[in-house]
Design a protein around this ligand. Structure first.
Ligand code: AKB
Length: 341
């Protein structure tokens, strides 16, 4: 393949999702060329920010091959996934999208690097769903990356396996080839806590009770929270999540002592969310009606994670805790969003 014929670009899958929105806005400011792929046509608000966008399935190999024959893909942010609750309703489809889709993209990243001779960066969001913590006491320790990785959901299993696939591609893919491999895949992964965005309402996740409560209150709608008030997991405001992706992407490879990093911003309970919502919105109507099966999924996730390696290796440092996430980010942005619509 003649690389001179192709324009360098960063490929973003799952571009319409919560994280895709923030990432496209941030990368567009860095003046890099972006190619966005999503199952649905790209949000019109994002179209001017990207060089090209394509509606289609990441499992459509013809589509993906056409894109990489047009663009020299230097980095892939692979955000497309079926989240944890949705994946339980269709585990086989989740496996296809979350695992086969990732495998195909890793292969494509490898193929790109053999054409350019340069390692293709592959940035992959994993999740606290990669954990499966049995007892209540154990979920209260701040877990390290290798502890308790026996998830109870299809989505969690998919994430853990893709972490391994990424490591395999980065270190062992085609290890028996006669000729040394030129390039290769520079796989980097973040295990995210529950993310809260002011701009998009989540769908299909099990950590969604936090963001759903806020978006409902801002619209004056009642909200029945599907977990108990004391349910505590780690959360993060979306700007910190996007910044973490950008920081890991920008870090020199030699600074990275591992391929999979935990990150955490604040741990809080569903009741803590409810208390904040009461501070800012008039007469919010929040009730707690636990859904026992979704509750069990959240209870299998840790209440906190140890993110010391991310802080040490690439300077992870979130700006938002629960209080300033509400006062400085969520409330102003969400209120403006629903007042103007
Ligand atoms: C989900 O709830 O599935 C996601 C996650 C924690 O990865 N938000």
């Amino acid at each position: 393949m003649d690389n001179r014929a192709r324009h360098q670009a960063i490929l973003i899958t799952g571009a319409n999702g919560e994280m895709g929105h923030g990432l496209i806005h941030a990368l567009a400011e860095q003046n890099v060329d972006l190619v966005a792929v999503d199952l649905h046509p790209l949000d019109p608000a994002l179209r001017s920010k990207v060089r090209a966008h394509q509606a289609g399935d990441i499992l459509d190999t013809q589509l993906m091959q056409r894109l990489v024959s047009q663009y020299e893909v230097t980095t892939i942010f692979h955000l497309a996934a079926l989240l944890s609750t949705r994946a339980e309703f269709s585990p086989e489809i989740a496996h296809r999208v979350n695992v086969t889709g990732t495998l195909e993209l890793l292969r494509l990243a490898h193929q790109q690097s053999t054409w350019s001779g340069v390692r293709t960066k592959f940035i992959f969001p994993s999740s606290i769903a990669a954990y499966g913590v049995g007892g209540k006491k154990d979920r209260l320790q701040a877990l390290k990356e290798h502890e308790y990785t026996e998830p109870t959901t299809m989505y969690g299993c998919n994430k853990v396996y893709c972490e391994h696939l990424g490591r395999y591609f980065a270190e062992y893919y085609q290890q028996l080839a006669a000729e040394p491999i030129k390039g290769g895949v520079d796989f980097r992964c973040i295990r995210f806590p529950g993310l809260i965005s002011a701009d998009t309402v989540p769908s299909g996740g099990t950590s969604d009770f936090g963001p759903e409560m806020i978006h409902a209150a801002a619209q004056g709608q009642p909200y029945a929270c599907f977990v108990r008030p004391d349910t505590t997991i780690p959360f993060m405001a979306m700007p910190d999540g996007v910044q973490a992706l950008l920081d890991l992407y920008a870090a020199p490879e030699e600074a990275l002592s591992q391929r999979v990093y935990n990150i955490n911003a604040f741990s809080c309970s569903a009741q803590d969310f409810c208390d904040e919502v009461h501070k800012y919105f008039e007469r919010p109507q929040v009730s707690f009606i636990p859904h026992l099966k979704r509750q069990a999924i959240v209870d299998s996730w840790p209440a906190a994670v140890n993110d010391a390696p991310a802080r040490r290796d690439w300077g992870f440092s979130p700006q938002y805790d629960l209080q300033n996430a509400f006062s400085d980010y969520l409330v102003p942005r969400i209120s403006a969003r629903y007042t103007s619509s």
